[in-house]
Design a protein around this ligand. Structure first.
Ligand SMILES: [Mg+2]
Ligand SMILES: [Zn+2]
Length: 183
């Protein structure tokens, strides 16, 4: 089936950059996973709009502030641009799990903001993540969950049992698959 290029959404930590149990608190701690920037660039060149959707409870925990997160995201955008790509949007939830907000994945809030801002529907669009909350968030808004084995992905894969979610080694492999299916 031809789906063609459209919107593709990507989780940040453990998918685009190396995750850390201590959170990514500074630009210096933001280190791209091998091949991830090139994968975003390849999707962009093929006509995909690439958006990042990420839980950032480190803000709610007081580990870094919004200004620092903005710096990290400016840096990420710059690194993506250097690789030849572009991010259509970066959406984050700053809240703690116990804040009971509408945006923390697996809840749909960030996806609704994305839809309003980018003027697209997330229905059917791939969402590439490494945690069960990413899979559940995608399913909750009718998007198409894709799991990668980087970050927490290998552990998540073991929890998926019979769930029919495609799994790839990393973002580069997931992007190659999307590009191949759009051809
Ligand atoms: Mg993640
Ligand atoms: Zn939130």
């Amino acid at each position: 089936m031809q789906r063609g290029a459209g919107l593709v959404m990507i989780d940040r930590d453990g998918v685009i950059n190396e995750d850390s149990g201590d959170f990514i608190k500074s630009v210096a701690e933001w280190r791209p996973i091998r091949g991830s920037l090139e994968a975003i660039a390849a999707l962009h060149r093929a006509g995909w709009r690439v958006a990042v959707v990420t839980n950032q409870s480190g803000i709610g925990r007081g580990l870094y502030d919004e200004a620092t997160l903005a710096k990290i995201h400016d840096h990420m955008r710059e690194r993506v641009r250097d690789a030849g790509g572009e991010l259509a949007g970066v959406y984050y939830c700053p809240h703690l799990p116990e804040d009971d907000c509408a945006c923390r994945k697996p809840r749909p809030g960030m996806f609704r903001v994305l839809e309003r801002e980018l003027g697209v529907s997330v229905r059917g669009a791939p969402y590439i993540g490494d945690r069960i909350s990413d899979v559940e968030a995608a399913e909750g808004v009718g998007a198409r969950p894709i799991l990668v084995r980087t970050g927490s992905g290998a552990a998540t894969e073991a929890l998926l049992d019979a769930r029919r979610v495609p799994v790839f080694d990393d973002l580069a492999a997931a992007a190659r698959s999307l590009l191949a299916e759009a051809r």
